[in-house]
Design a protein around this ligand. Structure first.
Ligand code: CO8
Length: 255
């Protein structure tokens, strides 16, 4: 398997495991990812963490050696499979965190962009270098990158192929946080900042914020009214408010 799916405490951990190719996304690896996302979705992990094997790379992008000499039909088919796979990640019932522990280029950055959050080691380098290959991003980058860093920065990154270092990535909001020390341990610590809250209510929050970027404000406010009302109907909302009034710690049950 080109990936490993393991359990670390209350979290699922996917490790991209082709360090000899800087964890590049072969088509087989993308298929493995799809299966792993389904397994995680059906399980009880509080969040999914994704990282890369080895000390150099999170993921150096699509496997360039597999991309040449293919028919247009095969290329389109596989790009759509990769897009659909990353969309499954985006729609997991639990939040996800990309632990960017080195290079994240092309499809590797697009994988990280499909996660709810991104944290990064200080030696990480990121970019959408497809333009240097005569290509443009094909696994969601043209759509998710502008939503994360804004149109002007996304256009600059995609049209120049420029590499962004971790400090800049943090400054422009491409990564939520810079980390030192053991990257997986830091990923766990980051995930624990939200993973004790109600999973369905976290899901409503994610959905409402995501819809903000696809809709006019008036429509977004209607969606927020619906989703916040759904949150209000949960047992966890009743528990959270009761616990506040009783000055005790809430016990959420994901209901
Ligand atoms: N694909 C395949 N193999 C790779 C890749 C890759 N993306 N990146 C690195 N490797 C391999 C190298 O070929 C090398 O293998 P070998 O030892 O057998 O020669 C090994 O990994 C180590 O790489 P380097 O020796 O190059 O390591 P360096 O530390 O010198 O450089 C870099 C690291 C800067 C990350 C460099 O490897 C690099 O530039 N890699 C390519 C990055 C890139 O361009 N990524 C984007 C790929 S395209 C993409 O993701 C989206 C395509 C959209 C397709 C949709 C079309 C419709």
């Amino acid at each position: 398997m080109a990936i490993e799916l393991t359990r670390v405490e209350e979290f699922a951990l996917i490790t991209l495991n082709r360090p000899q190719a800087l964890n590049a996304l072969s088509f087989a690896l993308i298929r493995d990812l799809g299966r792993a996302f389904d397994e995680v979705a059906a399980g009880d992990a509080r969040a999914l963490l994704i990282t890369g094997a080895g000390s150099k790379a999170f993921c150096a992008g699509a496997d360039i050696k597999e991309l040449t000499g293919r028919s247009l039909a095969a290329q389109k088919h596989d790009a759509e499979i990769a897009q659909a796979t990353f969309a499954r990640l985006d729609r997991l019932p639990m939040p996800s965190v990309a632990i960017i522990n080195g290079y994240a280029f092309g499809g590797g950055l697009e994988l990280a962009l499909a996660c709810t959050f991104r944290i990064s080691t200080r030696n990480a380098r990121m970019g959408q270098p497809e333009i240097k290959l005569g290509l443009i991003p094909g696994y969601g980058g043209t759509q998710r990158l502008p939503r994360v860093v804004g149109e002007a920065r996304a256009l600059e990154m995609i049209m120049t192929g420029r590499t962004v270092d971790a400090e800049e990535a943090h400054r422009i909001g491409l990564v939520n946080r810079l980390i030192d020390g053991d990257a997986v341990a830091q990923g766990i610590a980051f995930a624990r900042e939200f993973s004790g809250y109600s999973l369905p209510v976290l899901g409503f929050a994610r959905e409402a914020v995501k819809r903000a970027l696809d809709n006019p404000v008036s429509e977004g406010l209607r969606i927020e009214a619906d989703l916040s009302t759904l949150a209000f109907c949960t047992e966890d909302a009743a528990e959270g408010m009761d616990a506040f009034i009783a000055k005790r710690k809430p016990r959420f049950k994901d209901k």
